[in-house]
Design a protein around this ligand. Structure first.
Ligand code: DC
Length: 240
């Protein structure tokens, strides 16, 4: 029997650089990428389209099983992967500031978190995956408490807001830096104070502060760590 996919859990607050680091790491290692924030965002988008309030647990619970959320390879090489809802590409629609706050709101609902666990695990454990880079808030604490490598990627609040502001500006979003900082504070507060699966490092996570590291430096460190652990795992298996 072949070994199960090697799971890399990358958790941390908004704007710490998780998305870019996870994408580059997955490409470098030939691993699947599971952006779990995109899944929560897609749930928020579907709810808002159907007129379901983000705290209406009964209707959210009824909506979830019918949602078909999938990832597809990027349209252009090096681009972000596509997020599909049914057959529709919602990659852009889920990245607006209202959907950021919507995702933060639906992700605080226990019915939503429970309803998405199976999907997240299935995407990572697909038999064709040699490994998976999973990006989120609770991967190392809840989704994969036995992940092969757990990273908690963080950065200073000002740095994170600056990065997010630059990203939104590039997309032509009119938000000001102050608005971005304010949204980020609200999201950080929601995400770390909620009762279920709050944002916090797993006890065995390695904490990496990206304030002083560039993206290439972060990816390099992570890739080496995974390669060392993968080689050790393969050597152990060969001895069996
Ligand atoms: O990573 P992101 O900004 O795309 O995530 C959107 C929201 O989803 C974020 O506010 C927190 C929530 N989230 C979560 O609660 N658990 C995850 N594993 C991933 C995201």
């Amino acid at each position: 029997m072949s070994a199960p996919p090697f799971i890399v859990a990358i958790d941390g607050p908004a704007g710490a650089g998780k998305s870019s680091a996870s994408r580059l790491l997955a490409v470098r290692l030939g691993f699947a990428l599971v952006d779990t924030g995109a899944i929560y965002r897609t749930v928020a988008l579907a709810a808002s389209r159907q007129g379901i309030a983000f705290d209406d647990d009964a209707r959210l619970a009824r909506m979830l099983p019918a949602l078909q959320i999938r990832f597809a390879p990027p349209v252009t090489p090096g681009g972000g992967q596509q997020v599909l809802l049914g057959g529709e590409d919602v990659s852009q629609a889920i990245r607006t500031p209202p959907m950021s706050l919507g995702a933060s709101a639906v992700s605080a609902r226990p019915v939503v978190r429970a309803g998405l666990l199976e999907l997240q695990r299935r995407l990572a454990l697909a038999p064709e995956n040699r490994g998976a880079v999973m990006e989120g808030r609770d991967i190392g604490t809840v989704v994969f408490p036995d992940a092969d490598l757990k990273i908690f990627l963080t950065a200073g609040e000002g740095q994170r807001a600056q990065r997010r502001f630059a990203e939104l500006q590039q997309k032509g979003d009119p938000s000001t830096l102050d608005q971005v900082r304010e949204d980020q504070r609200r999201r950080d507060k929601n995400d770390s104070e909620r009762a279920v699966a709050p944002l916090k490092p797993a006890p065995d996570a390695r904490i990496l502060d990206s304030s002083e590291l560039d993206l290439a430096g972060v990816v390099e460190q992570l890739a080496r760590e995974v390669e060392t652990r993968l080689a050790a795992r393969e050597a152990r298996e060969a001895r069996r």
